[in-house]
Design a protein around this ligand. Sequence first.
Ligand code: ADP
Ligand code: TRP
Length: 325
Amino acid sequence: MSQKVILSGVKPSGRPHIGNYFGAMKQFVDLQNGDNKLYIFIADYHALNTVQSKEELQENIRNVALDYLAIGLDPEKVVLFKQSDIQEHTELGWIFNTITTMPYLMRAHAFKDAEAKNKDITVGTFDYPMLMAADILLYSPDLVPVGKDQKQHIEIARDTAEKFNRVYGETFKLPEPYILADTATFPGLDGQKMSKSYNNTIPLFGTDEEITKACMSVVTSSNAAGTPNKSDDTLFTLLSAFLNKDELQVKREKYESGDMGYKETKELLAEKIITYISPMRARREELAENPERIVEILKKGAAKAKVIASEKMKEVREKIGVTLE
Ligand code: ADP
Ligand code: TRP
């Protein structure tokens, strides 16, 4: 792949799970190698829609920074920053509000889901895609690595860029989503999409006990004693992240023939996850001992991001007519 500009972010709204990792965060690490220019940020203003406690938000922000470093993001290669440090995000989000209609935003899946659940929807939740469009378009990325659930948000960012370019002249580059087919929608313990809001997660940095407990509760189809197991797609999709195709096929055949029971298969999953994450978990513990370093890294990242964002905003202000010559 030739040199690309890549941007993505994660909300500091709770503990990450392995769906976040395989769906999005792992791609950040894989993409940092090579000549790519990466901007990876903590979407703290997005989290305000759900986290309204100072201590909790501070803790969550520190945690996402630790997660980023623990999974292997290198602050020397990647611009790591906090959204709230770059005021241009909210400023551009406002400008996008003025060229976007309510009916258009009402079509967003996230809004429709919240409405279907009769949630008290904040204006911030409704307007979420405009802030996200600003997050993206300020840095002119080629690719935005995310899970499939964010695809529509990237389409909205593209539409918004096109609209702005039509009204005010060519300004924004249209970004492409970067979604890996195999992990686009990682299943949770109940077979639905793994999500913090569905309580069906396997925590990325859980203890061995937490991970084992979660794995043991993966839903499998029940079969009469002594009869072969049905193929259980959730269990095997989860396993597929840790086994190669041949290994997976062997285990699947053993499972389906009844040679390997569901308990043993779930134990295998727990063992694979624990082996995979323990080096990252150990690194995270080490990093957590030095909180000042986190503040320092985010400050340095913000200084670099600011250069790009402020240059783009200068162009935007001139184009919309608020800059007097
Ligand atoms: P959640 O749905 O748990 O609240 P977030 O919205 O914080 O997760 O998502 C952070 C990143 O992880 C996004 O890029 C999102 O697309 C990705 N992601 C979340 N859940 C999954 C999943 N089950 N499978 C694949 N990617 C996911
Ligand atoms: N909406 C994303 C999520 O829920 C987080 C996010 C905010 C984001 N701004 C972004 C992701 C810009 C990619 C690019 O996970």
